[in-house]
Design a protein around this ligand. Structure first.
Ligand code: ADP
Ligand code: MG
Length: 455
């Protein structure tokens, strides 16, 4: 048996299986002199890891074989002698979540059940998170924490309404942390799973191991902590877990659908712990952010949606990013299934059920009144045969909104505008669509008006 082989056998005996499997099968030991060994690594990141994980076990193994301590040099291999990168360590041993109530998994059923429970959604990264005024602060805080665990804001508490991207941000943080250091012990779980795990531990008499497990985390991420409402014992246990991690400067990140102070029945001592860190709110995305999310989403589905459809969806669905994404899927799906081009009509048809029924009851008169009031005009300004130049933009916007919010044909809309013809209507709609893409004032006006028409 060669020296490296002997050493490897000794390492296998000594090391934790996971560490051995990750680092040792591809490990090279090159004799560089009397009792001097070089250990090449593909890059500085792996070199540091190898050194940290293996220096001591290697020294002991060499000592055992030769009776003297060796000189070990961990170094980045020069590019002429490429060495294989070890497979990245699988996240499953470090991302722990309780065995009791697995969250619904977006992953294919081919994954082992255990992996399904523990995996993060690979799509929820910082890269795929669209940043805008509504989430800029929460995003920046989460990113900063991912780069500096335990020292910056502890706990970091993210709150915001359903479907606004809390889970996405939390998981992006986990991905980023794992990328920096794949061995970080991350406990990412929903609060519901924490509670279920706790209950199972009490029932099964495994409270000690429950505590040891959670208190062993480097990073504890608990999603939807409002789930603690009315669960006194779980709150108490969570409080102790929180304290023991916090004292040892381990990072805690929490999310909730409301600010901590608004969560009913949350005990004061827990509340004051939450308040000791940083709270960041996520609001409903602005029109621009919605457009941008929609564009990304369409792109992921392999389609480019015309501006008028993006604008239509962004004006129609305002308070939930998940619904924005679902709308794109619907529109793209209907187009594919019915083999029809992506037009505004098709989008309206696809979203008929998800658009509030009030929208379809909007009348031409109501649109005209709303737009006239907004611009300080009179409805009659839209209905006279002679159009003043100064009212031309409001009128075009009004025509655009009639098209969007009513089911009237262009000819019928033309009737409401002093009998102007079909082509004038088309020109107006197209012109507004063009402006929506480049004129922020028009976009804001249309957004506000759309909101008003939907309320
Ligand atoms: P929450 O946990 O707040 O209910 P999620 O994080 O589950 O919301 O987000 C719902 C969906 O919307 C997810 O598919 C997520 O990827 C997406 N999403 C939310 N906010 C953004 C954003 N700013 N950029 C891109 N996608 C987002
Ligand atoms: Mg969530």
């Amino acid at each position: 048996m060669s020296v490296p082989e002997k050493i490897r056998v000794l390492l296998e005996e000594r090391l934790d299986r996971r560490v051995y499997d990750t680092w040792c099968p591809t490990l090279e030991l090159n004799e560089a002199g009397k009792n001097i060994w070089h250990i090449p690594a593909p890059n500085p990141f792996y070199r540091d890891w190898l050194e940290r994980e293996l220096r001591r076990p290697l020294e002991e193994a060499f000592q055992q074989v030769f009776g003297v301590a060796p000189t070990l040099v961990f170094k980045v291999a020069d590019s002429s002698t490429p060495i294989p990168l070890p497979d990245p360590p699988t996240p499953s041993p470090v991302i722990e979540s309780p065995k009791t109530a697995p969250p619904p998994s977006p992953f294919p059923a081919t994954l082992r059940e255990e992996e399904q429970q523990t995996a993060l959604n690979p799509k929820y990264t910082f890269d795929s998170y669209v940043v805008g005024p509504s989430n800029r602060f929460a995003h920046a805080a989460t990113l900063a924490v991912s780069e500096n665990l335990g020292n910056l804001y502890n706990p970091l508490f993210i709150h915001g309404g359903v479907g606004l991207g809390k889970t996405h941000l939390l998981q992006a943080l986990c991905h980023a942390v794992l990328e920096r250091n794949p061995y970080t012990r991350i406990f990412y779980l929903s609060c519901e799973n924490f509670v279920n795990d706790y209950i199972a531990a009490i029932r099964g008499g495994g409270l000690d191991s429950f505590r040891r497990r959670y208190r062993n985390a480097d990073l504890l991420v608990v999603d939807d902590v409002h789930f603690l409402v009315g669960k006194e014992a779980s709150q108490e246990e969570f409080f102790h877990t929180f304290n023991s991690l916090h004292i040892s400067q381990k990072q805690i990140v929490l999310s909730s659908d409301q600010p901590s102070t608004d969560i009913p029945t949350l005990k004061d001592h827990l509340l004051s712990r939450f308040a000791s860190g940083l709270e960041a709110r996520i609001d409903a995305p602005t029109f621009e952010t919605r457009l941008s999310i929609l564009g990304d989403c369409a792109q992921r589905q392999g389609r480019e949606l015309p501006g008028e459809i993006l604008t239509y969806i962004a004006s129609t669905i305002q308070n939930n990013v998940r619904e924005l994404e679902a709308a794109v899927t619907r529109v793209v799906g209907l187009s594919a299934l019915s083999r029809r081009p992506l037009t505004l009509e098709l989008a309206q048809e696809a979203l008929r059920d998800s658009v509030s029924p009030r929208v379809s009851t909007v009348t031409l008169g109501r649109v005209q009144e709303t737009v006239a009031r907004y611009y300080g005009l009179k409805v009659s300004d839209f209905r006279t045969r002679t159009w003043r130049k100064s009212t031309s933009l409001p009128r075009q916007i009004c025509i655009y909104l009639c098209r969007k919010f009513t089911s009237h044909s262009l000819a019928e809309i033309g009737e409401a505008f002093a009998g102007k013809d079909h082509s004038t209507m088309i020109y107006s709609v197209k012109n507004v669509e063009k402006l929506l893409e480049k004129d922020i004032i028009v976009r804001t006006d249309v957004e506000r008006l759309s909101r008003e028409l939907q309320s």
